[in-house]
Design a protein around this ligand. Structure first.
Ligand code: ZN
Length: 246
């Protein structure tokens, strides 16, 4: 393949721009915020589930407490009613009186037992509420940190995309100076090897850093200026400049 030396040199500008584009793409993929967001998202999901579990437990205990309190009320109402009957003097038979008194005693004891149950549920509920509150605080902290990390990620991506857009604009200008067949070869090599063209610098390929043999250097010295050369080692287009050591 033949191409004007100036067009070949433009390949080096293109390779430089492509390496910037690759670096930006790499930065885009490996932003530290991405790992941070991933980690915090997982933690947030875990805490959100724990909050639901804790709030469910609190709700269950609230219902349990209401039920126990209503049991206490029912027993108290019954004991009050019995007490009123006793106080009214309407019951006169000693057997009935004794039975009524015994029922009141038994109801009072039952009420005491049920009040113990209420207290025990209240304690458990208090602990469950505290746990739920603590988890809500943790979840909200993680959500806030996640949101901050997302903002930082977005700002970094905007900056990278802006820079990338500028470099791509310069790349488009550069490719305009390169003949279609040479550009096609460059693109093919770039796809294969990551870098399409390298400078021959001081007898060394700048792509693979391998020094060319004397025979190879002699062959290049004898080659026409418009011949498109390839590095024997890395197959990239080898571009001659004033610093090639020829
Ligand atoms: Zn090479």
């Amino acid at each position: 393949m033949k191409a004007a030396p100036e067009a070949q040199k433009r390949l080096l500008d293109l390779a430089e721009l492509d390496s910037v584009i690759d670096r930006l793409a790499h930065r885009r993929r490996t932003l530290p915020e991405l790992a941070e967001i991933d980690e915090r998202s997982k933690l947030f999901a875990k805490l959100a589930t724990q909050v639901i579990e804790a709030e469910t437990e609190s709700g269950d205990l609230a219902r349990e407490q209401a039920k126990a309190e209503s049991d206490v009320d029912a027993v108290r109402t019954r004991a009050d009613r019995d007490q009123k009957r006793l106080d009214s003097g309407a019951v006169t038979s000693p057997r009935d009186l004794s039975s009524l008194q015994s029922e009141i005693t038994s109801l009072n004891k039952r009420q005491g037992d049920l009040e113990e149950v209420v207290l025990e549920i209240m304690e458990r509920r208090e602990a469950a509420d505290a746990k739920a509150g603590d988890l809500v605080t943790q979840r909200d902290e993680v959500r806030a940190a996640l949101s901050t990390a997302e903002d930082r990620r977005d700002a970094a991506l905007t900056e990278i995309d802006k820079e990338s857009g500028e470099v791509r604009g310069r790349r488009a200008d550069t490719t305009g100076d390169i003949p279609a067949d040479l550009l096609k070869l460059y693109e093919k090599l770039r796809e294969q090897y990551g870098v399409g063209a390298a400078m021959l610098h001081g007898g060394r390929c700048q792509g693979c850093k391998v020094a060319l043999s004397i025979a190879e250097m002699n062959r290049i010295k004898g080659a026409p200026h418009d011949e498109v050369l390839r590095c024997e080692e890395c197959r990239r287009i080898l571009v001659r400049t004033a610093e090639s050591g020829l």
